[in-house]
Design a protein around this ligand. Sequence first.
Ligand SMILES: Cc1ncc(COP(=O)(O)O)c(C=O)c1O
Length: 401
Amino acid sequence: MKPRKPKRPAPSALRRHWSLASDVVFLNHGSFGACPKPVLELQTELRQKMEATPVQFLWRNYEALLGPARAAVAKFVGARPRDLVFTTNATAGVNAVVRSLKLRRGDALLTTNLDYNACRNVLVESARRAGAQVQLARVPFPLRRSDQILDAIMEAVTPQTRLAMIDHVSSHSALVFPIAEIVRALAARGIETLVDGAHAPGMLPLNLGKLRPTYYTGNLHKWVCAPKGAGFLWVREEKQSHIHPAVISHGHNTPRPGYTAFQDRFDWAGTFDPTAWFCAGAAIEWMGRLLSGGWSAVRENNHRLVVKARRLLCRRLDLEAPCPESMLGAMATLPLPERFQSRSRSGKIETEQLDLYDEFGIEVPLLRFGQPERRWFRISAQVYNTKQEYEYLAEAIDCVS
Ligand SMILES: Cc1ncc(COP(=O)(O)O)c(C=O)c1O
């Protein structure tokens, strides 16, 4: 007999600060983030100023608006402002670094099987052009210990490895990588590390001055809740002279007093809407005031909630958790129940994902990966989510045929 259709839970009190549709249970903060209303209101104000006085805003006052935003982001990630530039997203950060490398035939770029497809493509295309190769470290998933990640990466290293692109938090598998140990071990072998931190800022505490990879790129529009189009790239000082943005513009030959050449190159990529960058500091500040306890309370809240949600889903759907709780940040990936596993994909979006959205109003990503391929779903936990929403998800999955 088909289970009775569950009742949609009431939204949390904090949800009123977000513009999320009231008829959607939003369990996918991880894909594109969600920006709170006060930050969006600031962005609207800034856009009005930009349209009222375009030249004043985009040219004469540009640095005055960019500077405080950069300083706030740098402080938040434990960096010096001079080592940090804004990008529109982590994909742009990866492109800037990898496409700036002077690769030679025979060189190798290392990544893992759990990396993000868009970023892997940058390695593949750059390697192809140079006659270099891409090496794949095979991280097991499910896994029991974080040193299985470190071991898989180090086993894949060869004397040809020039750079390793390593996720701080992986996308489909939602694992927090032991990034400090990985950076240290690769540096000891003379290999540059590009950390893909797309999910890390706002989910995990960051201190780039201490971590000191060669390069680190992150998003602010995911877990910092800045408007979309806000990312950053941090580069070790001694490597900055070689790194160019994917889009070359005025800063290539036009220095500004008081700025590094690295900043000159990245601060302007042609006419665009920089208001997402200008709002990054406000997002950090607003989210940091939301819970007593500041940002560490936000991170702790989200981690605890995802742990609780994962336990609940495992119990309710009889699932086995694929990694220890200590490897979770604010997302978790679980296998879909066995009855879904042998179904093949029929279109761009999985049928059951459409059912969950159309019939139950649940936004949750369904994924396929691994060898042999298995089917998974990934949950996110942000301050506006509640335990009842994951209970509802469990009931809805039970109802999906
Ligand atoms: C690990 C990882 N890298 C890179 C990205 C790309 O982020 P963006 O599309 O904002 O550039 C994502 C997006 O989810 C990701 O999960």
